[in-house]
Design a protein around this ligand. Structure first.
Ligand code: FE2
Length: 301
């Protein structure tokens, strides 16, 4: 994927995709500009040439722009083609989860019981997650600044996109979409332990004023919550949401170079979000990951 450079670029929360903001004048004024940027698609985005997709995607983004915390989340108008895309992704990813997901994730996905036959609405998933861990989901129009995304975690709020990837690339999205948010983040947030870790990241970020320290925390988030793996029964299993929301990433993780679970090293490790991840940090167990990440974050706070 080619990259643009320039002042208009934003970095995604943990996914760190580079995007530009739209100049579409038909869009409403931002009520919270730091959370509600409409994304202008890059020419190599799979949906760039599909005018109908772009219109609907922007209409879904507008839902978030009119959203105020505490109000019911309006439903997104998904098409039958998009529901079909969700069904086909779930058919592919279900068996990949059974082979590659850690036990905590498999328990969570059973507990959350997301529908297979349609894209669930954020409203219903948020209510379910909140009843399980206290975390809630709130819609955003697109990618947000890392600090905005990470700080919201301190309040038990996970900012989610609602649009789904283009149907032409069911196994690939250049940015977070509803598949990544729900099959990745929402499922893990049904776990009290994952909810604890996300809150802790948020509270540390809130107390961090140095841009360099924020960047290091964002890398730790990337190599754990987004792309973490652990050993279970002498096998490598995923707990990272970027892996668990992509059947391709789940298969490729077995080819990655595994490094010991050293969070200081991870905080200094560069990565490229536009390719399958060639380098992962692996803990010897879920419990080791949970304890070491908790300790690392606690000593920073
Ligand atoms: Fe993510």
């Amino acid at each position: 994927m080619s990259r643009k450079t320039g002042d208009a670029l934003l970095l995604d929360h943990g996914d760190m995709r580079l995007v530009t903001t739209d100049t579409d004048e038909t869009l409403p004024a931002h009520s919270s500009p730091d959370r509600n940027q409409i994304i202008q698609l890059d020419p190599d985005h799979p949906g760039f040439g599909d005018a109908e997709y772009r219109i609907r995607r922007n209409s879904i983004a507008r839902i978030a722009m009119g959203y105020q915390p505490g109000m019911p989340i309006p439903d997104a108008p998904y098409t039958e083609l998009e529901h079909e895309l969700w069904r086909s992704i779930r058919e592919t990813i279900g068996p990949a989860h059974l082979r590659n997901a850690c036990a905590e994730y498999l328990e969570c996905i059973a507990r959350l019981d997301l529908p297979h036959n349609r894209i669930p609405q954020l409203r219903e998933v948020s209510a379910r997650v909140q009843s399980l861990s206290g975390f809630r989901l709130e819609p955003v129009a697109g990618l947000v600044q890392p600090r905005v995304f990470l700080e919201s975690l301190a309040d038990g709020v996970f900012l989610c996109t609602q649009y789904i990837r283009h149907y032409s690339t069911p196994l690939y999205t250049p940015e977070p979409d509803v598949v990544h948010e729900l099959l990745g983040h929402a499922v893990t947030l049904a776990s009290a332990r994952f909810a604890d870790l996300n809150r802790l990241v948020g509270s540390v970020v809130r107390r961090t004023h140095s841009p360099e320290k924020l960047e290091r925390l964002a890398r730790v988030y990337w190599f754990t919550i987004e792309f973490g793996v652990v050993r279970e029964d002498n096998q490598i299993k995923a707990y990272g949401t970027g892996l668990l929301s992509s059947a391709g990433e789940l298969e490729k993780m077995h080819s990655a170079e595994l490094r010991p679970f050293d969070l200081e090293a991870a905080s200094r490790q560069e990565y490229d979000p536009t390719r399958f991840q060639p380098l992962l940090y692996c803990a010897d167990s879920f419990e080791e990951m949970y304890q070491k990440l908790t300790d690392y974050l606690t000593q920073l706070s």
